[in-house]
Design a protein around this ligand. Structure first.
Ligand code: PLP
Length: 412
């Protein structure tokens, strides 16, 4: 079959009409309201208009991070830049760092620290499992000189569809009485899965806006605790562009030390307004419900969800293992060519073995049903034996019951 032209490709019409389905776990679909908010003249980033925009963003972002007073830092960049900022601003070359390696992204976060000159120990889990708390406790207790300066956690491991429980990790640190900083990647969880920066005493949380925040890519965003600010006074890792001190100082006045991604800021303000209109608890409940429908469909296909423990199921991404004699890339190819449905590839060691459905951001029940239908048709097309309609029916049975109103009331 001839491959379909890409959506938006200049001079070509797509063979598939209608909108494309972007169901990778980020970037996610950008709501019309956000697109319109960015469709405007580029403002003077040192002009009088900016402080109201950045001020509103900072205050609404604090709500999404679950913090009253953490400093908010924003850079042009991406989640990877935010990783680097979280490390260079708090640590020095040679510092010991402990990282959970539970999949592709958590390993890369550890690798980032290693490249920056930190000495990194990785506590590995089998893919599909979350952080090993007993191993954390043993390692921290063994660290009598308290040389470990930071613990790196990926809240939602986007490669495996596993959500780490950050609260219990904080408890281990507290029980052992270990002063290491707690640095948390919330790139594919923030604004979709509850995050509690203050309650979990997180020191740095970081994200990028192209996932739960429903924006195009182009920024790195951090929340920074007082302890992390104090650590940055001593940290000697080289930094210039990502030095958060000038960013924080300027942001207090509503500005940036260099040209920010101004149009993204207008989009971000709108996205945060949308989230607050729905109410964060309703947003989290919606993600839980949509994720449950996807998992119900997978159950009907008799395929394995890579995440083993239902208590660690991710509400933003589901990683699905295909039978040993099948190729997950073939499923993705069919989804893309026939239906303009983009699904996530199997990353790292699950390449060809698994694929991922992203179900986060701007998404509703009918869109999830269409996604499930597209996956079913693609599995069928790839010769994987499933009963057409079984997954859609399972999800519909779940959606037939309206979302609990208690959740809605709570949010308003
Ligand atoms: C997407 C993602 C990143 C990387 O973000 P970029 O914006 O691509 O640099 C980091 N961590 C997690 C958990 C992610 O899902």
């Amino acid at each position: 079959m001839a491959s379909a032209p890409r959506w938006g490709e200049v001079g070509k019409e797509s063979e598939v009409s209608g909108r494309p389905f972007l169901q990778i776990p980020g970037p996610t679909n950008v709501p019309e309201r956000v697109l319109r908010a960015m469709d405007r003249a580029v403002p003077d980033h040192r002009g009088p208009e900016m402080p109201a925009v950045t001020g509103e963003i900072v205050s609404r972002l604090r709500g999404v991070f679950g913090t009253h007073a953490a400093e908010i830092v924003m850079y042009p960049g991406s989640g990877t830049a935010a990783w680097e900022a979280s490390l260079t601003n708090t640590l020095s070359p040679g510092d010991r760092v402990l990282a959970f390696n539970i999949g592709h992204f958590s390993h890369l976060y550890a690798e980032c620290a290693r490249r920056l000159g930190m000495v990194v120990d990785e506590l590995e889990s089998e893919w599909g499992s979350g952080p090993r708390l007993a191993a954390l406790e043993d390692t921290l207790r063994g660290d009598r000189e308290q040389a470990i300066r930071a613990v790196l956690v990926v809240h939602n491991e986007t490669s495996t569809g596993v959500t780490s429980r950050v609260g219990p990790i904080r408890h281990v640190l507290d029980n052992v009485g270990h002063p290491a900083l707690l640095l948390v990647d919330a790139v594919s969880s923030l604004a979709s899965i509850e995050f509690q920066f203050d309650a979990w005493a997180v020191d740095v949380a970081l994200t990028a806006p192209q996932k739960g925040l429903m924006l195009p890519p182009g920024m790195g965003i951090l929340a920074v605790s007082e302890r992390a600010l104090a650590a940055s006074q001593r940290a000697t890792a080289p930094r210039y562009f990502l030095d958060w001190q000038p960013v924080i100082e300027q942001l207090h006045r509503g500005y940036f030390p260099y040209t920010p991604a101004t149009l993204l800021l207008f989009g971000l303000r709108e996205a945060l307004r949308i989230l607050d209109e729905e109410g964060l608890s309703a947003v989290y409940a919606r993600h839980a419900r949509l994720a449950e429908a996807v998992r119900a469909a997978v159950g009907q296909w008799n395929l394995q969800i890579l995440c083993r423990d239902p208590a660690e199921y991710s509400n933003t991404v589901t990683t699905i293992v295909v039978p040993v004699d099948a190729d997950s890339d073939e499923v993705l190819r069919i989804a893309d060519e026939r239906f303009r449905l983009s699904l996530g590839v199997g990353l790292g060691k699950s390449k060809g073995r698994a694929f991922r459905i992203g179900h986060l951001g701007s998404l509703n029940e009918l869109e999830v049903l269409a996604t499930i239908a597209g996956v079913e048709l693609s599995l069928h097309g790839a010769g994987i034996p499933i009963r057409l309609g079984a997954g859609v029916a399972a999800a519909e049975r779940l959606f037939a019951e309206p979302a609990p109103t208690a959740v809605r009331a709570m949010a308003s």
